[in-house]
Ligand binder design. Sequence first.
Ligand code: NAD
Length: 262
Amino acid sequence: MSTPSLKGKTAIVTGSTSGIGLGIAIAFATEGVNVVMNGLGSAADNAAAIEQVSKFGTKVTFDPANMTKPDEIAAMVAKAEKDFGGLDILVNNAGIQHVSPIETFPIEKWDAIIAINLTSAFHSIRAAIPGMKKRNFGRIINIASAHSLRASPFKAAYVAAKHGLDGLTKTVALECAELQITANCISPGFVWTPLVEKQIPDIAKTQNITEDAAKRFLLAKQPSKRFGTVEQIGALAVYLASDAAVAVTGSNYSIDGGWTAE
Ligand code: NAD
C-alpha cells in the first residue's frame, strides 16, 4: 500500500548506489518520491543502481558529491532544491567501516570514517535546514547503527562516529521541534550488504578464525541470529518520512534483531 503523503516529495539519499541506501531509495521511489541518488561506486555500478530506482516512474537523478567534501555536499543540497523546487527528505546514509585494534588503527581511516559517517551529516543538515524551515516541512533520517548505542572492540572510529550521529540527530530534533521538521536515527544491527561482506576477511584475520566463523562471530551479537534486510530498513524510512510520523523526532530506532535489548 502506498503512503499518500509521500507522493511527489523529494529525497536525497546519500550512499544510495549500494546496500541500505539503495534499499531506501527503492522504497521511496515505490511510494512516489523523487530521489537524488549519490555514491562513489564505479560508473557501471551507479548506472545499475539508478536503473533499479528509476523503474517506478518518479524523477531520479544522481549527484556524485563526495561525503568528505563540505562544498560538494552543500552544492548537492542546493541543486536538489533548484531541480525539484525543494528538499523534503534527507537521508544521511553513506558510510564506511574499518576494523582494527586502537593502537594500530590507521589515522587516515579514523579521519575518513569520522568525515563520511558523521561530519557529512552535519554539512548536509546545515545546508538543508534553511529550505526546510522556509517551507515548514522536513524529514531528516540518519542511518546510525546498533553501534550508536553499543560498542564493539576494534571499531573505534565507527562507534565514535555513530554515537556522535545520535547526538547530532537529537540536537537537530530539539532545534526544529516546534516546526514540521523531524530528525531521527535508524539503527540497524547487521544487514547483509557489501559493507558487512567486506568486514568478514578483516574479522577473520583479527580473530584468527575462518570466514564462516567470522559471520557467526558477527551474528553472535544479534539474538535473532539472522542478518537484517535492506527492505526492512526501507520500510522504516518510509514511515519516518510520512506525515503520520510528525510527532516522532529525536528518536533512535533500533532494527537489530534484539541486539540492543541485551
Ligand atoms: P555499502 O558499502 O553497501 O554502501 C555504502 C554507500 O556509501 C555506497 O553507495 C558508497 O558508494 C557510499 N559512499 C561511501 N563513501 C562515500 C563518500 N565518500 N561519498 C559518497 N558516498 C560514499 O554499505 P551499507 O551496509 O549499505 O551501509 C550504509 C549505511 O548503513 C552506513 O552508514 C552504515 O554504517 C550503516 N549500517 C550498516 C549496517 C550493515 O549491517 N550493513 C548496520 C548498521 C549500520
